[in-house]
Design a protein around this ligand. Structure first.
Ligand SMILES: *Cc1c(COP(=O)(O)O)cnc(C)c1O
Length: 482
């Protein structure tokens, strides 16, 4: 054994305790350090340059040795260097005022679950060593219940909503094949001929998925949305389906990123009485509306989809990377992802996970979700969702009351989409974002041609006090920009 490895093994408890101290420190300062450090954030004052044991770095390395160290000095040294050179440059994205994109944090139980995932290092994909995949199945069943899906939906863990959409659309592709009497999994996507994927305001990841799946971005046919909305117009979808030459795919949207608009999922599903299509619903974070009785109506009809995408590293507050794909047709999913090898289990009625996901080996990412669901239950996660919704509404009210700002959409759930009342150019909005970034992080967008900003609430730590701090920072920044 390399001496550094042997030494680390001998000192493991002590080194894990040092790691714990660093972790505790990072979490303890989430609320006080800049939400997003400025790019020129210096390394810690008093930084000691690394001893010149390594060849002199070449090239424009920002910090640290540019070349792979030939000999490392073990975990203790790596911890020190990380704390000195990298940790100060990381954003407080696990904290309460990182409101960019749609970003969740990590509940205490999810953190413990994630640590133990690495400790046990299970490759949970085969009945030959089944406990990991048993735990995944139990967790997927809990999630199904959380979102009000019925027992005919089987869930599989994947790395994020993009991969969940890709997996769902891969199953849709195989369903099209079934309808046409071919198998894209065996003979390639070309066997299908041109495919139509209809959607009102699809997430960008849907086009990426179609590219990956060999259906092509051109397969995506935009369908008009309701006036002033991001929700699909069911009558327009009806017409578009009538024009489709054969079976089609519909991507319904349950929670758009800009305005958190929801398609009328029941109206979309009802079109199946007259048209032949696979219904995939992208409910990446919108599915969590089901946890709030006051908003659950938005997800009515979710269960009727053939496949459903839900992200977990957003509103479930488990760490990256985690999402789930539910489908009623796991048989088709197994046809796509079957991985035949002499040393793997057979493809029975309850296929091993190796036959259900794009990867073969994968970490037991269900464990973090298992921990947070076990620790806080449906009621604990409902409280997070409802508090975030209340915070979004409160920020919306603060900004609406300020003449410097203008809301571009009602706050339907957990996102505030707003802009400057006066000359909302991308440059002025960027200046505003940067000026406020110590206190609050929001991200840019364009809504119906208007440059805008989004503040998305999905972190379990966020409280009304954070809303006040965020609003104050945005107001101050708005006064300060030219
Ligand atoms: C975030 C998001 C995605 C993509 O999720 P990743 O986890 O980043 O892959 C897809 N659809 C919707 C609606 C989203 O909000």
């Amino acid at each position: 054994m390399h001496p550094s490895l042997a030494d680390d093994l001998a000192r493991l408890p002590e080194l894990l305790a040092a790691t714990l101290r660093q972790a505790t420190q990072a979490l303890h300062t989430l609320d006080t350090r800049p939400v997003v450090p400025r790019p020129d954030t210096p390394a810690e004052p008093g930084r000691v340059e690394p001893a010149p044991a390594e060849p002199a770095p070449t090239g424009p390395a920002p910090v640290g040795p540019a070349r792979l160290p030939r000999h490392g000095a073990g975990l203790g040294q790596a911890l020190e260097e990380f704390a000195r050179d990298w940790a100060p440059r990381f954003s407080a994205s696990a904290g309460p005022r990182y409101l960019g994109f749609v970003t969740g944090g990590v509940t205490p139980a999810a953190l413990a679950g994630d640590w133990l995932t690495a400790v046990h290092d299970q490759n949970s994909n085969s009945a030959l060593d089944p406990a990991g995949q048993d735990l995944e199945r139990e967790t997927a069943a809990w999630l199904r219940e959380l979102f009000g899906l019925g027992p005919h939906h089987a869930g599989t863990f994947v790395s994020g909503a993009t991969m969940s959409n890709t997996t769902g659309l891969a199953v849709a592709r195989e369903w099209l094949g079934e309808r046409l009497g071919v198998s894209p999994a065996e003979h390639g996507a070309a066997a299908l001929g041109p495919v139509r994927v209809l959607s009102g305001a699809p997430h960008s990841s849907v086009a990426k998925a179609l590219s990956v799946l060999g259906l092509g971005r051109d397969a995506l046919v935009p369908v008009p949305t309701l006036p002033g909305r991001e929700a699909v117009d069911p009558a327009a979808l009806d017409r578009a389906l009538a024009e489709a030459p054969g079976p089609a795919v519909v991507v319904a949207n349950a929670g758009t990123v800009n305005t958190v608009d929801f398609d009328d999922l029941r109206a979309v599903a009802a079109l199946r009485e007259r048209h032949d299509f696979w219904l995939h619903t992208d409910a990446a974070f919108g599915a969590f509306a089901a946890l709030s009785p006051a908003h659950a109506h938005l997800t009515a009809g979710l269960d009727e989809a053939d496949s459903v995408c839900v992200d977990l590293h957003k509103w479930l507050n488990v760490p990256y990377d985690s999402a789930v794909l539910f489908t009623r047709r796991q048989d088709l999913q197994a046809r796509v992802f079957a991985n035949a090898a002499a040393y793997l289990g057979p493809l029975g009625p309850r296929p091993d996970l190796v036959h259900l996901t794009p990867e073969n080996s994968h970490r037991l990412r269900a464990l973090a979700a298992w921990f947070t669901l076990r620790a806080y239950g449906g009621a604990g996660h409902r409280e997070i969702v409802e508090r975030d919704i209340a915070c979004a509404r409160a920020l919306g009210e603060e900004l609406a009351a300020d003449p410097a700002f203008r809301l571009l959409a009602p706050v339907r759930l957990n996102v505030v989409c707003f802009t400057l009342a006066d000359t909302p150019t991308p440059e002025r909005l960027a200046a505003l974002r940067t000026a406020a970034a110590d206190e609050v992080f929001v991200t840019p967008t364009v809504l119906a041609g208007t440059p805008a900003l989004r503040a998305a609430f999905s972190n379990w730590r966020t409280t009304p006090a954070d809303v006040r701090r965020a609003a104050e920072a945005l107001r101050t920044a708005a006064r300060g920009i030219a």
